[in-house]
Design a protein around this ligand. Structure first.
Ligand code: ATP
Ligand code: MG
Length: 446
């Protein structure tokens, strides 16, 4: 079996470690990269911890950036690659359960590791001397696939409420269990979690949602009470009977839909939120698509998602009732694509497939969704005009035909022409549209 000593460390990172050690300081790889190396995965990035103080780090290298000197972090440019180096530190009391009030530097790696959240994240590896520092049994916990707090779980979660969500995120990402004592500390420390800035919550939640096991993550969130603390609208779906074609309750349906969706943020968010208005519209669920769109916007805005993500997800939620079993004419499909926008089609159909796969007649329905998507692709291959820009008459030409200047009638005429070509793309020529526009104008008395 490969051991830690066999893992190849990037040259740029290794040089920084070696240089600090030459100058008489201790220097280790720490945190996520050590965890990943121990479990045989490729680390995303390499963080270094050192006994050198920030100014000593700055003096040790020709090119550095003072990224967060007050917290002990200096970025070293090593062979052009940025490498983060942080002085061993501990943090003072978390007065607001958000950020430590003070930071103090240390010369002892164990002190630094003791402030870290979970045993699997609290190991240090010195590849220059092949030395692993693992005071809390992180390596053994990786072997047991266990997420366990460093120290007393209730104290650690009370101190920084985000750690509870991180425990669930790591469970979903790594496929580990949460140690029972660690999990049991989540419900009593929810007040600390509620004080966490929602940007930080969003960041962890996004990683959970895009992980390989979002179902594990969402179920843990629900069981521990975290879900109710930051997504009460989804918590409210628990126990709301879903319609019989799906069976079960709305919560288990949305969880299964997320689990069957590809890891694309907007698709998984749509899967999670598409039925969010069902508790409020039960038992008929009348209008839950429109209300769902509105709630989706509210929720994602509250969690400070980027506007682009909010708009795209809300759009998917609004359209989520599309009926793949209906007899769609080509014109109706073109109108649907025009409404949806081409870039949203792929995510939307990915969501639809995921949703339908959870139905009692899932297999059949999925086949219908696939067939409909194939038809849309065929239609699009013919490059039909789908928006005002693709019309054979532009705004200026429309004004000329109508003999008018800029006015709301131009917009109205454009919409009329677009409807015509969506219905019949062969009409998209200058003479045909001119003719259609003239008779429209006559009817309107223009
Ligand atoms: P990933 O590979 O997913 O980035 P990671 O372990 O690197 O995982 P980060 O959020 O990048 O996670 O944090 C880096 C390290 O900092 C963690 O491994 C952990 O040791 C420590 N850490 C991060 N957040 C906290 C926290 N809220 N409380 C205590 N320690 C933390
Ligand atoms: Mg990291």
């Amino acid at each position: 079996m490969a051991t830690l000593a066999d893992v190849k460390i990037p040259e740029s990172v290794f040089r920084v470690l070696a240089r600090l050690k030459e100058r008489g300081f201790e220097a280790y790889l720490v945190g996520g990269c050590v965890r990943d190396m121990v479990r045989g995965a490729t680390p995303k990035d390499f963080d270094i911890a050192t006994s050198a103080r920030p100014e000593e780090v700055q003096r040790s290298f020709p090119k550095t950036i003072p990224t967060g000197v007050e917290h002990g972090t200096v970025t070293v440019l090593s062979q052009g690659t940025p490498v983060e180096v942080t002085t061993f530190r501990t943090e003072g009391a978390y007065l607001d359960a958000r950020r430590p009030s003070t930071v103090s530097f240390h010369t002892n790696i164990e002190e630094d590791l003791s402030r870290r959240d979970f045993t699997i994240n609290a190991m240090a590896w010195d590849p220059v001397s092949s030395k692993l520092v693992d005071p809390f049994g992180g390596e053994a916990d990786i072997g047991r696939r266990l997420i366990r707090c460093v120290g007393a779980p209730e104290l650690r979660f009370a101190e920084d409420g985000l750690r509870a969500l991180r425990a669930v995120r790591f469970a979903a990402v790594l496929g580990f269990e949460i140690d029972p004592a660690t999990e049991a500390a989540i419900p009593p420390t929810l007040p600390s979690f509620r004080r966490i800035a929602l940007e930080r919550v969003r960041e962890e939640f996004t990683r959970l949602l895009l992980s390989d096991r979002p179902v594990v993550g969402l179920e843990l969130l629900q069981r521990t009470g975290l879900l109710g603390a930051f997504l009460p609208e989804i918590e409210r779906c628990v126990g709301v009977a879903q319609n019989p074609t799906y069976g079960g309750d709305v919560f288990s349906h949305v969880v299964a839909t997320v689990g069957a969706s590809p890891p694309v943020l907007e698709v998984r968010l749509c899967a999670l939120l598409h039925d969010v208005a069902k508790p409020r519209t039960a038992p008929s669920f009348e209008g839950h698509d429109r209300l769902g769109e509105q709630l989706t916007r509210e929720i994602l805005m509250r969690l400070k998602f980027p506007t682009k993500v909010i708009d795209a997800t809300a759009h998917l939620v609004r359209e989520h009732l599309l009926d793949e079993s209906a007899r769609w004419t080509d014109a109706a499909l073109r109108r649907f694509v025009a409404r949806m926008g081409e870039p949203m089609l792929e995510p939307f159909f990915a969501y639809l497939e995921a949703d339908r796969s959870t139905r009692v007649d899932g297999k059949e329905r999925r086949a219908k969704v696939k067939a409909l998507y194939a038809r849309i692709e065929d239609l699009l291959a013919q490059r039909p005009p789908l928006n005002a820009k693709a019309l054979a008459l532009n705004g200026t030409q429309i004004m000329k035909v109508l003999g008018i200047g800029p006015s709301p009638a131009v917009g109205e005429a454009t919409r009329f022409l677009l409807e015509q070509v969506l219905e019949d793309p062969t009409l998209n020529t200058e003479p045909a549209l001119t003719k259609a526009l003239r008779s429209w104008a006559r009817e309107k008395g223009l």
